[in-house]
Design a protein around this ligand. Sequence first.
Ligand SMILES: Cc1ncc(COP(=O)(O)O)c(C=O)c1O
Length: 402
Amino acid sequence: MTFQLAHTRLSHTAMQTPRSGIRDVFDEAGKIADVISLAIGEPSDTASDVVAQAGENAIEIGDTHYTDVLGSDDFREVAADYERMARDLVYDPKTEVCAVPGATYGLFLSMRVLLDPGDEVIVCTPAFPAYDAQVLLCGAKPVHVQLKPEHQMHYAAQDIEAAITPRTRAIVINSPGNPTGAVTSYDELAQIAQVCVAHNLWAISDEVYHPFVYDSSIRVAPSIAAVPGMHDRTVVVESMSKSFGMTGWRIGYLLAPQDFIERASEIAESLHSSVNTPALRAATQALLHPQQDIAARREGSFEKRSLVLHALQGSQMLKPMKPEGALYVLVDISATGLSDVEFSSRLLHESHVAVVPGEAFSDTTQRFVRVSYAGDGESIAEGVSRMSEFADNMSRTSYVAR
Ligand SMILES: Cc1ncc(COP(=O)(O)O)c(C=O)c1O
């Protein structure tokens, strides 16, 4: 017997939500054997033993019940302590911290708290693709402002201000940035803060890469939440994924003023109830003694960044933009004569290396592909060397053809 599903349809919102171009590459690469993936920000070093043990222990002793919707008291305390010690951000653990199942979810929850249909959100591009999708899922509109290479892809208050309309509710900030690797300075953030105050806007500040800065004069990336006057109009979105190698544990947290956290907890009650308890215990352990773990990860990433830059140094075809932070390098591939999509597709099928085409991050970055150096050094070295060879071969082939 066959069933006819008459008059059923999926929502317009579901049908119109853009798919992440990063996932496309991830899925395509999965179909090919022996691929070296430089496509996603997946740290090769997973959670440290003591952190993983805390999660395992929770499972073993049956500490697997629901927790408070905001996360346990001790998690919120260690998260607030960490932010105060590492970054001078002061939040009350009882009322201004909320555990979330990863930053991606935390970003969406934040948008649900702040946005109504028809509102506008400024998204500076190229950007992490989830921002646009999430704004659209809230019935709101992403308004793009281009980050400029001549400004090192830093966020620029003037450009942001020019895009503000009476419907603008919030600005998404991501520094250190994915995919640019740009680290917006405290002074630049202070200028953006002035714009937020003048136009009564929220800042949704995605700071998942804050420990990954490579200028030895700064310890961590500055936060707009630290600018006087911004505490009450900023949501800081944090994650354990990159800082502690816990991508699959799905755990992070939000820092925000009390009224925001109260609303977030009401909404979260109906969306996820509480985070995964073993992940929460592991994250608590990670944040209790964070320094060594984070310092080692930053050092490792610094070395891997050097490895990529060094390998591409002499290339006539590939021009990397030197990143100041995060785990990615944007590489200008325009000299190859291929579009970003052609380049990444051919590189994947011919040389078995996965990178993400620039168009996944904005329609103005088609000259670039994004190379992630989050993985292990050996694979990165081999992947970048194959990419370089692929591009050099292209120059030889086009020379012969001419
Ligand atoms: C800028 C940015 N924000 C958020 C995330 C996702 O973090 P999480 O794993 O906590 O959802 C990523 C992942 O790559 C990212 O690049």
